[in-house]
Design a protein around this ligand. Sequence first.
Ligand SMILES: *[C@@H]1O[C@H](CO)[C@@H](O)[C@H](O)[C@H]1NC(C)=O
Ligand SMILES: *[C@@H]1O[C@H](CO)[C@@H](O)[C@H](O)[C@H]1NC(C)=O
Ligand SMILES: *[C@@H]1O[C@H](CO)[C@@H](O)[C@H](O)[C@H]1NC(C)=O
Ligand SMILES: *[C@@H]1O[C@H](CO)[C@@H](O)[C@H](O)[C@H]1NC(C)=O
Length: 431
Amino acid sequence: MHFSLQLTMLFAVSTLAILPNPTAIEALKLTQEEGMELSELRETVEEIEMVDGHCHNLVEFDSNSITGGFVQAFTVGAFADADAIAFAQTSLSFKKGLRDVAELYGTEVSLQGVEEYRRVSGLQSITSTCLKAAKISAILIDDGIQMDKKNEIEWHKNFIPFAGRILRTERVAEQILEQGLSNGSSWTIDSFTEAYVSKLRSVAKEIYALKSIVAYYGGLEINLNVTKTEAEESLRQVLINATKPIYILHHRNLVDYLFLQSLEIALSYDLPMQIHTGFGDRLLDLRKSNPLHFRSVLEDQRYSKCRFVFLHASHPFSKEASYLASVYSQVYLDFGLAIPKLSMHGMISAVKDLLTLAPIHKVMFSTDAYTFPETFYLGAKNSREVVFSVLRDAYIDGELLISEAVEAAKDILARNAIRFYKISSSNITVP
Ligand SMILES: *[C@@H]1O[C@H](CO)[C@@H](O)[C@H](O)[C@H]1NC(C)=O
Ligand SMILES: *[C@@H]1O[C@H](CO)[C@@H](O)[C@H](O)[C@H]1NC(C)=O
Ligand SMILES: *[C@@H]1O[C@H](CO)[C@@H](O)[C@H](O)[C@H]1NC(C)=O
Ligand SMILES: *[C@@H]1O[C@H](CO)[C@@H](O)[C@H](O)[C@H]1NC(C)=O
């Protein structure tokens, strides 16, 4: 694997040399001993087998969900629009990502070169190449995105020692409603809630977390006082002339009502709840996905023992997320999607923001990979580079001893997720 960590380190030293104040330069120059210590951190970060707490299924090449070729891997959201795909080619993240992938495949650095390699090699071969190079020992898959020719979770175990499932709750509700359409069930709020809750219970012991995209479905502000009558009226609206696929997205009372049911299940099975926060695609109103809106749930004593993880570094609300993790014991943070989709500056500052207040034990890596195997590779590679850079700076700034930085790397890249999701399997070794 080729990391530019060494480069990153040289770069840090050389930028220090242009600081105007000579005493600052003296103070910041790395001694030989410090350089050696940093190489220990670099080795840890490069070698560690990472645990990916949040990703999605890979799909076959001829899936209808791929509309823009390989460039689509550099847009955000499973349903990229044509404009987003066209413009993605001039983003910083695409420029770097294309070079990284071309280097991995040994092709020329061009979209055509990489596309040709992919076509000739096939999905199995590139998945194997990407996942080997990613050095990820475990993945947790949210399989609730509707995608054409999606590979099942089992299929991913051909390439990774451990694969577990995350259950997307809104999708479960919609599937039950869709089945009702097919078999002629006419739901009442009671019969529907019962079907929903028993579905969650029936899989609770086989999954590692619940996941909610309530941020997409009207925002993170949950109405804890929603009544059954309100939910019932909302359900009635969903079912008027309903056709498949059903989306409950514009039926907020029902969304809130089901969210509260999900929290009860999370509590009774001690399952963590992943929460989409921050950026996404155009379906999302970013104003409403600031995690500060989640306060009603966080303040409610009934849910104080739930374990929430805010996904995507809550970008651009990373500082807010960090604050919440520092004041609420039930809040944890995950930086997948922010890495690898942002520019290098964006990725480094997102992780630095998360660590401004949040304990190291609450901050976790994931790739949020989906559809394209390269997204696993780029998520893993960029996370190693970014975590090295952030912890190196914490060392240089005198915040962490090198031994502490090494432990922090192991926590952020693997151990926090193993603990948080209670992954215990002989398939993986805890670093
Ligand atoms: C662990 O590895 C075994 C053997 O390769 C495999 O059959 C099993 O599905 C894996 N377990 C998980 C949860 O991935
Ligand atoms: C229809 O499907 C739902 C959801 O799977 C199920 O709960 C319900 O019992 C089914 N009804 C009939 C009449 O089969
Ligand atoms: C819910 O209702 C209680 C009592 O009626 C009230 O004090 C509280 O502010 C309400 N909460 C929300 C989030 O509306
Ligand atoms: C539902 O369909 C019926 C019959 O086609 C139509 O008369 C009615 O206006 C529709 N209702 C809504 C809310 O779309």
